[in-house]
Design a binder for this molecule. Structure first.
Ligand SMILES: *[C@@H]1O[C@H](CO)[C@@H](O)[C@H](O)[C@H]1NC(C)=O
Ligand SMILES: *[C@@H]1O[C@H](CO)[C@@H](O)[C@H](O)[C@H]1NC(C)=O
Ligand SMILES: *[C@@H]1O[C@H](CO)[C@@H](O)[C@H](O)[C@H]1NC(C)=O
Ligand SMILES: *[C@@H]1O[C@H](CO)[C@@H](O)[C@H](O)[C@H]1NC(C)=O
Length: 473
């Protein structure tokens, strides 16, 4: 408790000044910043992080000839309001976001199955963004409580970012609950990294050419970090699911100030709450433990992955005492990493190392840290504070399969572009709207037959296709 005398002491003002500087520098303001609640007519402010999402029905981002908005008649009050509405597309549809600040952008797509409702078995679609194939839903299990946040960093050279939803054909649909598009800080992705394989450990460059999909974002030894405490509104989960064995390691938490330095990891690279917790291997006796800490992450073959390991020496009692080895897929990736050396002699100063690896057929990516032959007894002999693993797009610009964005667009045109049924579409949308309103009024929750309507459209089309035609896409 602060007493009156401590409140008026010079020390108090000094620490208060430091705190204010920390708070000011914590705010990152992206130039391009779009938060869209899809299927909604009004803006929504999230309780969890105070961000305001605009409803897509009241903005001009969405260009489509056929879409409808659904809202959950009985939303779970504990779930975020961005998951209470969905926009459903039965044709190729685009959201266009003007870009003032070319370069890397964060793109986050939110998907959640609304309770009851439409037949999600027909949610079969691709999502594209400026030439990248972000994903397709074909292999996704949308049963039960489907919920997914897809998180990407992609480079935008154009003055517009176009996120395109492409149903596989007329009998299927695409949907999305919310979209975030945020300018990334310039230092988020570096152009060089260390490529590590069984045969090689070499510096590679050109990483800025690629797009990245976040597969894992882990706060090692710490708690879950929510968007509220991350200047890029990211989520970091605990490492419980990934640590192979915690025997011989311990968790540490640091209550002091993290020393962010010019040129080192910035607060946007990793927030305080990631750097102020870690897992460590400690030697208490006169010998250095023969032990590694190991984490495993399921990955799929056929892609390269960017592995970012976050370090911050919050555990040593003095400088120059923490030297250890880093292994990626059991290959020595960084020998004798001396954290004092890479942080200009400052303790509690963050540092990260980027490695590129091939996702191999084993289906698992393994990371370890452990003492090296320069580690000291009676000291901390290995540490890890955080891990991020990103999938790198393949050579056709896809994060999900071998089909390029161009081919996805072409296949839609070929199979679906020749005829259009504006009247039938309008009837269909009205019916959906009617049933939703009806359901909301009556509070009926059981499944009703009209949900099968989307499947019936192609049959109607077969009958009337020759009479109603249009070549618009
Ligand atoms: C943010 O971080 C602080 C400090 O670690 C913690 O006390 C607080 O609960 C966090 N808030 C949220 C919303 O995660
Ligand atoms: C730590 O892991 C590396 C890579 O798998 C291995 O070569 C080394 O022998 C391990 N050290 C110990 C003490 O198990
Ligand atoms: C230290 O370990 C490396 C391999 O990790 C080995 O090549 C080197 O000879 C060792 N040095 C000493 C002094 O044992
Ligand atoms: C990722 O996509 C970009 C743009 O299409 C391409 O230039 C790059 O080579 C791709 N990356 C890989 C690793 O193939």
């Amino acid at each position: 408790m602060a007493t009156l005398s401590s409140l008026t002491s010079p020390l108090f003002f000094f620490s208060f000044a430091l705190l204010s500087i920390a708070l000011i520098s914590a705010s990152f303001s992206p130039i391009d910043h779009y938060l869209v609640n899809c299927g909604s007519h009004q803006p929504t402010t999230l309780d969890s992080d105070h961000r305001r999402f605009t409803g897509d029905a009241t903005t001009s981002y969405l260009t489509t000839t056929e879409s409808t908005s659904l809202s959950d008649p009985n939303p779970d009050p504990k779930s975020s309001p961005i998951y209470h509405t969905t926009r459903v597309f039965t044709r190729l549809s685009k959201y266009k976001f003007g870009i003032k600040n070319p370069g890397d952008h964060l793109v986050r797509l939110h998907f959640k199955r609304l309770s009851g409702g439409i037949d999600y078995g027909r949610a079969k679609f691709h999502v594209l963004a400026n030439g990248f194939v972000l994903f397709n839903s074909l292999g996704m299990d949308m049963g039960g409580e489907f919920e997914a946040v897809k998180d990407y960093v992609i480079k935008v050279d154009a003055d517009v970012l176009v996120v395109t939803f492409v149903p596989t054909d007329r009998s299927n649909f695409a949907f999305v609950n919310a979209i975030e598009v945020i300018s990334a800080p310039n230092d988020l992705i570096a152009d060089v990294a260390q490529y590590v394989s069984f045969h090689k450990n070499e510096k590679i460059s050109g990483l800025l050419m690629n797009g990245y999909e976040t597969m894992y974002r882990v706060n090692v030894g710490g708690w879950k970090v929510t968007p509220f405490n991350d200047s890029l509104w990211r989520t970091w989960v605990t490492d419980d699911e990934h640590i192979k064995s915690s025997d011989g390691s311990s968790k540490v938490h640091f209550g002091g100030r993290i020393n962010y330095q010019e040129g080192g990891a910035s607060r946007e690279v990793g927030p305080d709450n990631v750097y102020n917790t870690a897992r460590v291997i400690r030697s208490s006796g006169s010998s250095v433990p023969e032990l590694n800490m190991t984490w495993t992450f399921p990955v799929i073959g056929g892609y390269k992955y960017l592995v970012r390991m976050h370090f911050c020496d919050i555990a040593s009692i003095a400088r120059g005492m923490l030297v250890f080895n880093v292994y990626v897929n059991n290959n020595l990736a960084y020998e004798n990493l001396d954290l004092t050396e890479v942080t200009n002699g400052l303790l509690a100063s963050p540092f990260y190392a980027d490695f590129v690896v091939d996702g191999d057929s084993s289906g698992v990516l393994t990371l370890s840290v452990g003492p090296s032959n320069m580690s000291l007894p009676r000291a901390v002999d290995a540490i890890l504070n955080g891990v991020e693993i990103f999938k790198i797009n393949n050579s056709v610009g896809s994060f999900d399969g071998e089909i390029c964005a161009h081919a996805v667009l072409k296949s839609w045109k070929k199979g679906n572009g020749n005829v259009m049924y504006p009247m039938l579409a309008a009837v269909f949308l009205l019916l959906i709207a009617f049933v939703i309103i009806h359901r909301r009024r009556t509070g009926v929750t059981d499944s009703v037959a009209w949900w099968r309507l989307p499947t019936e459209i192609p049959e109607v089309n077969l009958k009337y296709g020759n009479q109603l035609s249009s070549n618009k896409l």
